[in-house]
Design a protein around this ligand. Structure first.
Ligand SMILES: *[C@@H]1O[C@H](CO)[C@@H](O)[C@H](O)[C@H]1NC(C)=O
Ligand SMILES: *[C@@H]1O[C@H](CO)[C@@H](O)[C@H](O)[C@H]1NC(C)=O
Ligand SMILES: *[C@@H]1O[C@H](CO)[C@@H](O)[C@H](O)[C@H]1NC(C)=O
Ligand SMILES: *[C@@H]1O[C@H](CO)[C@@H](O)[C@H](O)[C@H]1NC(C)=O
Ligand SMILES: *[C@@H]1O[C@H](CO)[C@@H](O)[C@H](O)[C@H]1NC(C)=O
Ligand SMILES: *[C@@H]1O[C@H](CO)[C@@H](O)[C@H](O)[C@H]1NC(C)=O
Ligand SMILES: *[C@@H]1O[C@H](CO)[C@@H](O)[C@H](O)[C@H]1NC(C)=O
Length: 479
């Protein structure tokens, strides 16, 4: 009797939490990919080389993006999978050098245009909204040869490219993402040299890169505003990325370190776009240290008042990618010596990518909402890597926890999160390795066919999208 009552109470609790925690009708579920990571066909049909093609070829890397998932040929199957999953949208990127081999207007590649045209039209026919990243790190090699993101003329080349994209695809595309994770591109390509274009300039290069990319983003936004918005009524934004940053303790010094880290990492790009200018803490600290290094001016380039105003407000939403939680604590400022971003920041940080923090997403989304008041937020990437295999239970557990946290944010904190894009539709080339698998669909990289097979998580996501109800039972049992 008592036992039965317990079961009934438990059943009621489960039913209750399941019945009341449902994603709003208008909430959009999607998945994401990026051109370099899935397309392959790196030099086919007139495509020019991108900096990532060159980067891996120069290293003679055994793993590169030459074939990847072969989506250049298998895109119909990808659209079919997106349809079968029930996706409301599919986020993918356009390869700049596929449609402009040298990145310049004097050579436009019709075959490349056809590829994206076909993809976009096929998605629309299935009622899947194309969410298009204009630039997901794969700069045309020729633009890099001209100085890449260290040359302010990059902004003009980018303008020509985005105007062509808006002109060709604007009638079909309602969501444009200008740049993906510029922070990472500046870090790996211009700061620490571990990715394309390989410049190790940790005290200057990465700041100059951010200065140029912010101007490029703003130009792309303004061009849409001035020339295309009236006609097409789309939305445009930049994709930023950060882990949730947790203070090691409640000690005010650790809390200050947490805030400084968030300002240096997320605020670096978010502050200019959502509030105007770099965060004060960056301006002050970098100017101060530059002076002590006997430099004539700050290593962080200053924006003019006109530039501040031009960049400020260039957003129709906040797009955020997030995967992990990092823990930070106070440390003494690094001594003046080698100029670098990490010395400028001087915070002790560590990330445990196996640890799943069930509050991370909720805290991050509230932080973004409070700081930047963006109106609406789209999660453009979130997910977990697993080893190879179809029984990806760890991925499902991760997704449950993050989506729970997301639902709490929407339903209890009233934060306007309008969509979620799971990274990734399929296993792909993780910028140097095929071992790290983020897909809900397996890709057999040993087969020339690059055979796609649904994992457990794909079925789970399909069910979530169909019902909008998060199956929280395993999570409840675990607590
Ligand atoms: C890559 O291979 C080429 C041709 O065999 C060789 O000249 C070059 O030194 C190699 N580069 C590296 C980084 O190993
Ligand atoms: C791209 O630039 C290179 C170097 O200037 C040139 O050799 C090549 O012909 C150009 N390709 C196209 C398609 O314009
Ligand atoms: C940025 O724009 C907002 C909204 O128009 C405004 O309140 C703010 O003062 C601007 N920031 C700067 C630094 O001009
Ligand atoms: C700048 O340097 C001065 C002198 O070392 C120091 O007193 C001040 O606190 C520093 N300010 C910042 C923002 O780091
Ligand atoms: C990382 O997190 C996992 C899961 O919570 C835990 O088992 C492991 O001990 C952690 N590793 C470190 C170095 O803290
Ligand atoms: C899921 O279960 C946990 C633990 O009981 C609870 O805190 C959370 O609010 C639930 N979330 C949803 C979306 O049901
Ligand atoms: C690749 O696909 C073709 C055509 O469907 C099939 O005949 C072939 O057996 C497949 N090869 C592999 C290795 O799966």
């Amino acid at each position: 009797m008592f036992y039965l009552a317990k079961i009934i109470v438990f059943w009621f609790l489960v039913q209750n939490s399941l019945a009341t925690k449902t994603f709003p009708e208008s909430f959009m579920f999607g998945t994401g990919t990026a051109a370099f990571q899935i397309e392959g066909a790196w030099n086919e049909d007139g495509k020019g080389p991108s900096i990532w093609d060159t980067f891996f070829h120069k290293k003679n890397a055994t793993e590169n993006g030459d074939v990847a998932c072969d989506s250049y040929h298998k895109w119909k199957e990808d659209v079919q999978n997106a349809k079968d999953l029930g996706l409301k949208f599919y986020r993918f990127s356009i390869g700049w050098s596929r449609i402009m081999p040298n990145g310049t207007l004097n050579s436009v590649n019709q075959k490349g245009i056809e590829y994206y045209s076909n993809l976009i039209k096929a998605l629309k026919e299935e009622d899947i909204e194309p969410v298009v990243t204009l630039y997901h790190w794969d700069m045309p090699q020729y633009i890099s040869d001209l100085g890449g993101a260290l040359n302010v003329q990059f902004v003009d080349y980018f303008e020509d490219y985005v105007r062509l994209c808006y002109t060709l695809f604007g009638a079909y595309v309602k969501y444009w993402l200008t740049l993906n994770e510029p922070t990472i591109q500046c870090f790996v390509g211009y700061g620490y040299g571990v990715g394309a274009s390989g410049f190790a300039l940790p005290g200057d290069g990465l700041y100059q890169c951010s200065y140029v990319l912010l101007k490029a983003h703003a130009r792309a936004y303004r061009i849409y505003d001035e020339e295309f918005r009236d006609q097409y009524q789309g939305k445009v934004g930049i994709v930023l990325e950060t882990n949730w940053i947790e203070a090691e303790t409640e000690d005010p010094l650790d809390l200050e370190a947490q805030e400084r880290y968030l300002q240096f990492y997320l605020g670096w790009f978010a502050n200019p776009v959502y509030k105007g200018n770099w965060p004060d803490v960056m301006i002050d600290r970098i100017a101060n240290r530059s002076k002590l290094e006997n430099l004539a001016r700050s290593r962080l380039p200053a924006f003019t008042q006109d530039e501040i105003e031009y960049i400020n407000g260039t957003h129709d939403f906040f797009a955020i990618n997030t995967y992990y939680t990092s823990t930070v604590s106070y440390q003494e400022d690094e001594p003046i010596g080698t100029p670098s971003y990490s010395n400028d920041l001087s915070v002790d940080a560590s990330t445990n990518s196996s640890y799943i923090d069930n509050q991370a997403l909720r805290k991050l989304l509230n932080y973004i909402n409070d700081r930047y008041n963006p109106g609406s937020i789209i999660i453009t990437e979130n997910g977990r890597a697993t080893s190879d295999g179809l029984e990806d239970i760890e991925r499902i557990e991760y997704l449950k926890i993050y989506l729970c946290s997301l639902l709490d944010t929407i339903l209890e904190d009233n934060v306007n999160v309008i969509g979620y894009s799971l990274w990734s539709l399929m296993d792909n080339f993780e910028w140097g390795t095929y071992e790290t698998r983020f897909g809900i669909i397996r890709v057999d990289f040993d087969s020339p066919n690059r055979t796609r097979t649904w994992k457990e998580s794909a079925r789970w996501y399909q069910n979530l999208i169909a019902t909008r109800v998060l199956d929280n039972s395993t999570f409840i049992a675990n607590n």
